[in-house]
Design a protein around this ligand. Structure first.
Ligand SMILES: C[S@@+](CC[C@H](N)C(=O)[O-])C[C@H]1O[C@@H](n2cnc3c(N)ncnc32)[C@H](O)[C@@H]1O
Length: 275
């Protein structure tokens, strides 16, 4: 089953899976992430062929407005990014969905307002109590914001999968049990939106955290980093992220970058995949 989610599965599988995502407008927030099951019958096959925009059109004609998809397929997110309709954060979350399995252990290294933590909870939590999200932030207000968002947007079994820590992410190896192989470590660098803009991630601790993350990460896992270069210190942080990425051996790591070349301060997505 898990092999279906392997990044190197056949392209035809990938297309089939990415087309199975569809909104579930009649339910609450948590169901926005619902995935229709993989198409098994001919009818479901054609259901899966319905594109997201077709669904939106159908909804618009026949009733209430569709709830926008929180996490799109990689294909849709990437095309959206290329055509200026999707943000780097959306591409990142769409990629996570192809790497992370239900029951996995993942880390949100910068919880902030909790949007990434919430997305990760929806990917890993299961009713058997497997799946674990560790959320870290250096500001207590960010931990509080994340906690409130989870309270509003998750079911009880999902909330149980989350542990939040008011701690610097450079100390993640002191928190995560060594026996838990980690599938994903997500960094969304910079400052807390709506918070104190002087409290930002800084190159030194970011580098320490990346080093710790690279050791905790399991094979076929991903480190995802969004870097903001529009604020003071942002470029220095990008330099550190790039230097760290370049230092990783190509035999065991793939390091790549998504960057808008004609929008110099647009956020940059760096993905480090452990083979
Ligand atoms: C851009 S925000 C993260 C946004 C968040 N991922 C979300 O979905 O809302 C960056 C966060 O990093 C946190 N941060 C800054 N330095 C940190 C550090 N050394 N360790 C952990 N978190 C840190 C900030 O407090 C801020 O909340």
């Amino acid at each position: 089953m898990n092999s279906h989610y392997n990044c190197f599965r056949p392209f035809s599988h990938f297309i089939m899976e990415t087309l199975t995502l569809a909104p579930f407008p009649s339910r609450g927030i948590s169901s926005r992430y619902s995935l229709f099951r993989r198409p098994s019958s001919r009818r479901n096959f054609w259901r899966a062929q319905t594109t997201v925009s077709e669904l939106a059109n159908l909804e618009a004609q026949s009733g209430p407005k569709p709830i926008p998809l929180e996490i799109s397929s990689v294909e849709e997110a990437l095309m959206g990014f290329i055509s200026g309709r999707r943000k780097a954060t959306e591409v990142a979350q769409a990629v996570w969905k192809n790497v992370v399995h239900r029951g996995d252990t993942v880390i949100d290294a910068t919880c902030g307002n909790g949007h990434d933590t919430l997305a990760l909870v929806k990917m890993v939590a299961d009713k058997l109590g497997k799946g674990c999200v560790y959320g870290l932030d250096i500001q207590q207000s960010a931990i509080d914001n994340t906690s409130s968002l989870l309270e509003m947007s998750t079911e009880e079994h999902e909330r149980k999968s989350v542990q939040l820590f008011n701690v610097c992410h450079s100390k993640m190896d002191e928190i995560i049990p060594k026996e838990n192989p980690v599938r994903l470590v997500a960094f969304n660098l910079g400052y807390l939106p709506g918070g104190d803009k002087t409290l930002i991630t800084v190159p030194h601790t970011t580098e320490m955290a990346l080093r710790a993350a690279s050791k905790l990460l399991d094979s076929k896992g991903l480190i995802s980093i969004i870097v903001y270069v529009g604020h003071p210190g942002g470029r220095d942080e990008l330099e550190i992220v790039e230097a760290f990425t370049s230092s990783l051996p190509a035999e065991t790591w793939v390091g790549c970058k998504f960057q808008m070349l004609n929008r110099p301060v647009a956020p940059i997505l760096v993905l480090l995949f452990k083979k």
